[in-house]
Design a protein around this ligand. Structure first.
Ligand code: FRU
Length: 524
């Protein structure tokens, strides 16, 4: 039985989604069927396809009561929309179906685990103005007369079982509630379960939570069948080091190490490594499976661009660990106008690996099948600004090697400008562009979209530490409204969205001093 809320969302997305012209979407990045998208959810391989669900509010291009949108793909680049999978429609999730994950149960069933959110009054607060209303089986906590902040979110973990298209919420939900929290664990910040299968056929699941100190912790739960869960341990503790609440965790073994990914709220910048605000964190270390404890050895930011948050990973049938993130950040939401038919997109799929205690990312090899019209340049000496014939466009895969010129002084900086043009009445001073600037003596790479036609001067620039010395490789994936940059074989990745007019398709190479460049360019 499909609930009224889900039915309504499906009718709305079918009607309004079909009115969005494919021309105003990126070519191979997933965008919401209609309306708002945030975190990737339930990224999994099931029944011969990759499934991607996402935090979804179909009725507006702003965040609202969370549904789960759904799309499937064979290559993680061409996505087909399926009907919305979940709507807030039960007593345990009537404020929203927050982030979660999915796993193949191995018997034709696909298991979704997500956070159900409801609103309650804090203990001791008068309920005289609050009441619960039930209409068509949908429970609504009415807040008439009470201020919004009087209410507290209550978060629990719920499951839904499906066949890849239709999902039924389990009548015994929630499967992980406050009764399974360790002492001091907050029931208000208890979300984003990530599930995986264990070698004995059982299930493990980690969930983000806030302990009494107000920072973050990751809790581990175990289950034999996916329905009945026990608390196992506190897998990892923030202890006030990296932001506060740790959202959207993922945990897996990769190249002989254990990797914990999470997206902390309220991070503080540490040099160029982390930023102030919603950041990302990758901890690499060892895992004691018996005790359920993770020991950190190295820490880094997952991403160094402007728009990235809440990534999830999947293992491909041929054994690669692939990550997709929300190519947006809570701190940069105002970049696109409010009345757009869609907002939010996912990154490209990225193969990840661990080398020498560092997380590497590289565009999944599937993207190479999209490459067309190769253009090569070898050892071009750039001094001042130049453009190269055949190298332009907003959908491209560009590989570059930069070197100092033999016998010449080290160049001062190198800049790649893309999405250039579109100036008002062609005036050069009004031209838009986004730029990537490398300073070889300091070893700093900066992405800057201040001149990309953004509507508000919010966060438009970010720098990160890369190798110094002037020899560097870059791979840049452009897809109309975004650029994803991979430095030195994926030691750093930087994502940025830009809503520059699509007519702005110039690419320019600029050096202060003399730099030698090899370029391999494909249209995508
Ligand atoms: C992260 C997040 C999650 C939550 C979801 C709500 O971006 O805040 O913690 O489940 O978004 O949409």
């Amino acid at each position: 039985m499909i609930s009224k809320n889900l039915q309504r969302a499906r009718e709305y997305e079918t009607e309004c989604g079909s009115r969005i012209s494919p021309d105003c979407r990126p070519g191979f990045h997933l965008t919401p069927h209609v309306g708002w998208m945030n975190d990737p959810n339930g990224f999994s391989y099931f029944d011969g396809k990759y499934h991607m669900f996402y935090q979804y509010y179909p009725y507006n291009s702003k965040w609202g009561p969370m549904h789960w949108g759904h799309a499937v793909s064979e290559d993680m680049l061409h996505w087909e929309y399926l009907p919305a999978a979940l709507a807030p429609d039960e007593a345990f999730d009537n404020v929203g179906c927050f982030s979660g994950s999915a796993v193949d149960m191995g018997d034709g069933r696909h298991l979704i685990i997500y956070t159900g959110v409801t609103r309650v009054l804090p203990e001791g607060m008068s309920e005289c103005n609050a009441y619960t209303e039930k209409t068509d089986g949908v429970v609504n906590n009415r807040t008439d007369g009470l201020l919004d902040y009087d209410w507290r979110d209550k978060q629990v973990q719920c499951i839904a079982i499906g066949d890849g298209v239709e999902y039924s919420k389990y009548s015994g939900n929630p499967v992980i509630g406050a009764n399974l929290l360790p002492t001091g664990g907050s029931e208000r910040d208890f979300r984003d379960p990530k599930i995986w299968r264990t070698s004995d056929g059982g299930y493990n699941c980690i969930v983000g939570n806030r302990p009494e100190d107000g920072s973050g912790q990751i809790l581990l739960f175990t289950s034999a069948d996916g329905y009945k869960w026990q608390f196992k341990s506190i897998l990892a503790r923030n202890e006030g080091r990296y932001g506060t609440m740790w959202e959207c965790p993922d945990f897996f073994m990769l190249d002989g190490k254990w990797v914990l990914l999470t997206s902390p709220c309220d991070m503080k910048a540490e040099g160029l490594e982390y930023i102030d605000g919603n950041g990302t964190l990758c901890l690499i270390g060892e895992y004691d499976e018996g005790a359920g404890e993770f020991t950190e050895e190295c820490a880094q930011s997952i991403e160094y661009g402007i728009d990235f948050y809440a990534p999830q990973t999947v293992v491909t049938p041929d054994g690669r660990r692939v990550m997709i993130g929300w190519m947006q950040n809570w701190k940069t939401l105002d970049i696109k106008g409010a009345n757009e038919p869609w907002f939010g997109q996912m990154t490209i799929p990225r193969e990840i690996s661990v080398k020498n205690g560092r997380l590497y990312q590289w565009p999944a090899r599937e993207i190479e099948k999209l490459r067309r019209d190769r253009t090569d340049y070898k050892n071009v000496i750039v001094s001042g600004q130049l453009s190269l014939e055949g190298i332009c466009g907003r959908n491209a895969d560009i590989e570059m090697t930069l070197k100092p010129v033999e016998g010449e002084a080290l160049y001062n900086s190198f800049e790649l400008r893309f999405a250039c043009g579109g100036g008002v009445q062609g005036a050069v001073e009004n031209e838009q562009y986004t730029s990537l600037v490398y300073s070889p003596s300091e070893g700093i790479m900066t992405i800057d979209r201040s001149h990309s036609g953004v509507r508000d001067d919010i966060l438009n620039r970010r720098s990160c530490k890369v190798r110094s010395g002037g020899e560097i490789t870059l791979r840049i994936i452009l897809d109309k409204y975004s650029a994803e940059i991979f430095v030195n074989g994926g030691e750093q990745a930087m994502s940025v969205t830009m809503y520059t007019k699509s007519s702005a398709d110039g690419i320019a190479f600029i050096a202060d001093g003399k730099a030698a460049v090899d370029v391999m360019y494909y249209r995508l």
